[in-house]
Design a protein around this ligand. Structure first.
Ligand SMILES: Nc1ncnc2c1ncn2[C@@H]1O[C@H](COP(=O)(O)OP(=O)(O)O)[C@@H](O)[C@H]1O
Ligand SMILES: [Mg+2]
Length: 386
């Protein structure tokens, strides 16, 4: 079962790769990273680091050939190479077939429609000009949400178009999806896992709160403040989605709960996800260990949430760029249930994800109270230049 000689290759050496390596080290599994620089977060904790470009066919082929299991921490990788590695008999999770769909928000939306999975009504457009024409002809009404098909993540490829001014100033160039703007009660994420033996398990839903300016998750709370019925529906929907994609490993399913109480799938990520960080400190099994169990075809772990938890992303403070320093850590370390995770990025920038904090408490109210204290005290700043 514990084959500690197995080589696990990870495309991408950011914080998700780092936390995957840390989980693997518990079982003495060997992890190898492919990314541009060993200075990236995963560099310090992986067994081996290969410098290269995970978007380059030759780099991925060379790296993958040497691995027993290949996985990702970012979906924008060279899938042509991954298809070739699968054809050569390598275990690649998630499958490149699923990755090709997920990488393209247009194909993702079509996939949900084809599989009868509820999602916000949408149309695909060749570019912003065609979309503007559709608005002029009345085919597309305001407001709507425009998404680049392939360019974005962390809110960068998403534009909310509310009025004529936005049409002039905010439209994103290139092939896109335009979807109806959904009025939401809540935005949630459910992380599912599936193994090659077809075992599926699902973590409890988490509720996401977005930073209005940066369009990044600012808080995340677990359990989500939704009814048991909606919780059960959300978990069942996540299971349906991972089975439809037929992939192994983790699948984070982002969903909207609209004002009428319907759940709509927004998008998915086939890897560890920001909305699962809290599981390291507050659940029976962390999302990272679950991903390893799934891709190595081991029994999946229990997903019980042991304590209510709030996760706060530590974002670079606006106005600060350069070598990083963390202010206010001592006050936070005095607080019980506060777990600080720093990713090890040398330089901060406004809103850059530099770490996260999980706050666990007896009740969600207490956890939220403490998380607010942490947010007020712990700051990601640049060092004053000397
Ligand atoms: N159809 C929609 N209606 C309302 N809000 C939306 C819609 N689509 C996206 N959003 C908001 O924008 C955020 C980012 O969109 P998303 O498609 O998840 O892009 P990203 O890849 O940047 O996470 C969502 O989490 C949600 O808050
Ligand atoms: Mg998203």
């Amino acid at each position: 079962m514990f084959d500690t000689t197995k080589k696990i290759g990870i495309l991408g050496g950011g914080q998700l790769g780092k936390m995957l390596c840390l989980a693997a080290a518990e079982w003495d599994f060997k992890t190898y990273i492919l990314d541009a620089s060993a200075d990236y977060p995963a560099g310090a904790v992986s067994t081996g680091f290969v410098t290269g470009d995970f978007n380059n066919y030759d780099d991925v082929m060379r790296f993958g050939q040497d691995m027993d299991v290949l996985t990702i921490e970012i979906e924008h990788v060279n899938t042509v190479a991954l298809h070739a590695l699968v054809a050569a008999g390598k275990a690649v999770h998630p499958s490149p077939v699923a990755l090709d769909i997920i990488k393209d928000k247009g194909l993702q939306k079509d996939f949900y429609q084809q599989h009868g999975i509820p999602t916000a009504p949408y149309r695909l457009y060749e570019d912003e000009k065609q979309l503007r024409k559709a608005v002029q002809s009345g085919e597309r009404t305001l407001p709507f949400v425009q998404k680049s098909r392939t360019a974005g993540y962390d809110g960068r490829g998403v534009a909310v178009i509310r009025n004529e001014d936005d049409l002039d100033s905010k439209l994103l160039p290139g092939p896109c999806v335009a979807e109806d703007m959904i009025e939401m009660q809540a935005e949630i994420a459910v992380i599912a896992a599936r193994s090659p033996s077809n075992e599926v398990s699902v973590f409890p839903a988490v509720e996401m709160d977005f930073h209005p300016e940066a369009n990044l998750v600012e808080w995340l709370v677990c359990p989500a403040r939704i009814s048991p019925l909606v919780e059960a529906e959300a978990e069942a929907l996540a299971e349906r989605v991972i089975r439809a994609y037929d992939l192994c490993g983790l699948l984070a399913v982002e969903m909207f709960l609209d004002k009428e109480g319907n759940l709509l799938v927004n998008e998915v990520a086939p890897r560890p996800h920001n909305s699962g960080h809290h599981t390291i400190d507050s659940a029976s099994t962390s999302q990272y260990q679950q991903h390893l169990r799934a891709i190595c075809d081991m029994p999946l772990g229990a997903t019980t949430q042991l304590q209510p938890a709030v996760m706060v992303n530590l974002l670079g403070e606006p106005g600060h760029s350069g070598p990083v320093q963390y202010a206010g850590a001592a006050e936070c370390l005095h607080l019980e249930g506060v777990h600080i995770h720093l990713y090890g990025k040398a330089e901060t920038r406004p809103y850059r994800k530099m770490g996260h904090v999980t706050v666990c408490a007896e009740t969600l109210e207490d956890a939220i109270k403490k998380a607010k204290m942490v947010k007020a005290k712990l700051k990601v700043l640049s060092k004053p230049s000397v």
